[in-house]
Structures are given as C-alpha cells and as structure tokens.
Design a protein around this ligand. Structure first.
Ligand SMILES: NC(=O)c1ccc[n+]([C@@H]2O[C@H](COP(=O)([O-])OP(=O)(O)OC[C@H]3O[C@@H](n4cnc5c(N)ncnc54)[C@H](O)[C@@H]3O)[C@@H](O)[C@H]2O)c1
Length: 380
C-alpha cells in the first residue's frame, strides 16, 4: 500500500517523540517539516533525515503532503489546522484540539466542508495499558463500573520544559494540558460525559522558571493551576478528579481507578502507553498485576498511524476530532463551572472508540513491541 506523506509543523520538544515513534510505522513517511522559526525546522530535518524543511506556507503548498501533523503550541493549533485544511490536507493535531469550543467547532466544520479528517492527541488510549483496561471492563471483570478517580498532581512544567511560558497562558494549565489524557481515557473506558462540577484557583500568581534555558525568569500565571471536579458519565458512573501544577512535593495518588460492582481496576498513567494494570475483584485476596492483552508497539504517533491507515481503508479512525471535541467541551465545562460556581451540562457527544484488535497479525500497520527503552517523556 502506498505510503502516506506527512508534513510536520512545529519542530519543538515533543516532535522528537513523534519522529522516533513514526519510524516504527512503515506506512508513514515524514516528507517535510516546518516551523515559524526556520532554524528549528532545519535542525529537525537534519537530525531526522527529513528531505525538506521550510516555513509553514511552503510545506502547505506541497501537493505531495496528505496529512499535516500539527505539533505547534496550543494557541496555534486552530490557526495552523485551518490553513492546512484550506490547502486540502488532513490534520492530526497535538492536544488540546483548540482553546475553546467555538474554535474547535470551526475547525471540525471546515474539515467536514472540505471532506477532510481531523485527528488529535492524546493517543495513549491506543497503548496496551488502557486497551487492557477496556478489555477487562468489556468482559465484565469489575462488573458494572459505577465510579472512578482521576488525579494529575505535578509540581508544574517550569522546572523541566525548555519554554514553559505557554503552560501558564490560556490553553495551558493542568486542565487543558493534562486533562486530555484523563478525559480521553475515561471516555474510551466509560463513554461520554453528561455533566461536570468544578472549583479552581490560581494558587501562585507568579512563578519562577528553573529550567536551564530560562533559569530565574518570572512567569505570570494567567490560567488556574489547580482544579478539583466531579464528572457524571452518561452510563451513570461518577468520577472525582484533580488537576494541579501546585503539588510542589509531588503526590502519590494513583492516576486513575475505576470501581465496579465486582471489583476495582487501577489503570495505568493515562499519559503513558504501557504502564501496569492492577485488578482486585471481590474474589481476590491481593492485587493482581494483569498481563497486557495487547502486544503491539505504541508511542506518540500511533493515533496518526491509525488515521493514515483508516483513510486508505475508508473506515473511522480512533483518535478522532469528535472525541477530541468532546474532551475540549468537558474541559471548558470544568472551567465554566469553576468560574460560575455551578454544574455545567456537557452538550457534545462522542462514540467510544473501537478497541484495537488483540491479534495484530492481521493488521500489518500494528507492529510487535520493541524491547523496552528508558522513558524520557515528561509532560507533567
Ligand atoms: N513537551 C511535552 O512533553 C509534550 C508532551 C505531549 C504533548 N505536548 C503538546 O505538544 C504541543 C507542542 O509542545 P512542545 O512541548 O513541543 O512545545 P515547544 O514550544 O517545544 O514547540 C512548539 C514548536 O512550534 C513552533 N510554533 C509555534 N507556533 C507556530 C506557528 N504558528 N506556526 C509554526 N510553528 C509554530 C515553535 O516555534 C516550536 O518550535 C503542545 O500542544 C503540547 O501540549 C507536549
């Protein structure tokens, strides 16, 4: 089958994770890269042997590019996405899909009008950890799921990200930055959300960067850095959640737990692909570390790989715009609920994405997992 030519826009920190991962998918080819800073594009091209590097306009004018991989900062996601759609390219975007519902809807409407696809990170739910959780739930291992917890507690990105400022502007903060992992995972496991109730605060209006690149720089905080919230799912399950950049001494809360009528599931960190899954049912004395049901390779980019393949096979892709929009709607709902101090109904819907097949031998784009490598991807 003909390879899909992908154009990368946004050659920053996360681009190397994608470029490493994409090497594992034979049906994808990074044919060009671009950035608002030409040096960044040139450097990425030379490091990863990408044949062309340029400013954005030149990449978008290249008729060979079918999909734009948009790894720019959140504030540029929609602007870059729309430009790509106008040039007839499908778009796969980093999270969040947009900074707000209106922008997200505009992007999806334009894609619809043009007959093009939108895909979006996170794609961690395509990893073996969350796929195993979904299989356990679908098989009834914990009975009827009726409640969950979701905790993201970090000290904030100002100590490790080379350019941490965007995390404290609108579209950043722990909710828009990390919420997509948790809400996407929960939508994959439990289905769509009906209502949210949240509180939030800017705990420290000014922070100091301690990353090497901007050591000592003052950061003005323009978005809440702590949210607590309640989530009601259409299926009747209830979740308790927290998203914070203010846990200065970190935290030992589990990332996500799901409670059912017959047992409890400790889910992997939803920002990772292959973390352990633990199960304890009413029949178990101890927690059981569950062997993953799936053995495929997954890293940042597997959602793009699925989308490219789905375009060729004329089937829906899993990390899709509808799901990303629902997640955005939930996050904006959280924010509105916390501002207005009242519950917020979530109007959008989404389908639970299809799980990946367990037997990967029939699905040539899925590859067996390579040997473990140390994990350097932080994002929290
Ligand atoms: N850093 C991480 O660990 C991480 C992990 C997962 C997801 N993400 C997400 O990936 C995205 C990028 O994050 P990052 O950490 O790589 O940021 P970054 O600041 O390191 O890189 C962003 C790149 O996009 C370029 N850019 C910005 N606006 C542009 C525009 N209008 N047109 C073209 N290029 C533009 C910048 O010059 C920069 O090279 C964000 O949405 C972030 O939420 C980051």
């Amino acid at each position: 089958m003909q390879k899909t030519k992908v154009g990368l826009i946004g050659c920053g920190k996360i681009s190397s994770n994608y470029l490493e991962c994409i090497k594992n998918f034979d049906h994808l080819e990074i044919a060009a890269c671009a950035d608002i800073h030409l040096e960044a594009a040139n450097q990425t091209a030379s490091e990863y042997d990408i044949p062309k590097s340029s400013f954005v306009a030149e990449l978008l004018d290249d008729p060979a590019i079918e999909i734009v991989l948009n790894l720019t900062i959140p504030a540029a996601h929609v602007e870059v996405g729309k430009k790509a759609l106008m040039k007839g390219k499908h778009v796969y975007c980093e999270k969040p899909l947009a900074l707000n519902r209106n922008e997200g809807l505009e992007l999806l409407a334009l894609a619809d009008e043009k007959g093009l696809r939108i895909g979006s990170a996170p794609d961690t739910f395509l990893g073996s950890g969350l796929q195993t959780c979904r299989r356990l739930i679908d098989d009834g291992a914990i009975g009827r799921p009726h409640a969950a917890t979701a905790f993201m507690a970090s000290a904030g990105p100002e100590s490790w990200h080379p350019n941490p400022f965007f995390y404290f502007q609108k579209g950043g903060g722990p909710l828009f930055d990390m919420g997509p992992y948790y809400f996407t995972a929960l939508a994959f496991l439990l289905g769509p959300v009906e209502r949210v109730t949240a509180i939030s605060q800017i705990s420290m209006p000014e922070r100091v960067a301690t990353c090497e690149e901007h050591y000592g720089a003052s950061i003005k905080v323009e978005t809440p850095t702590h949210y607590s919230g309640l989530v009601e799912f259409e299926c009747g399950a209830l979740a308790t959640s927290m998203f914070t950049f203010d846990a200065k001494g970190k935290s030992i809360h589990p990332y996500m737990e799901i409670y059912g009528s017959k047992g409890t599931l400790i889910c992997p960190n939803p920002n990772k692909f292959d973390d352990p899954v633990l199960l304890k049912t009413t029949q178990d004395e101890e927690w059981r570390n569950i062997e993953h049901t799936h053995t495929h390779y997954a890293g940042r980019g597997i959602g793009l790989a699925d989308m490219a393949r789905a375009i060729r096979e004329n089937r829906p892709h899993r990390a899709n715009g509808q799901l990303a929009f629902h997640v955005l709607d939930i996050m904006q709902g959280f924010d509105e609920s916390s501002q207005n101090r009242e519950p917020r109904k979530i109007e959008s819907a989404c389908q639970k994405p299809e799980p990946l097949p367990i037997d990967i031998s029939d699905h040539e784009w899925l590859k067996p997992k390579p040997p473990e490598e140390p994990d350097t991807d932080k994002d929290e």
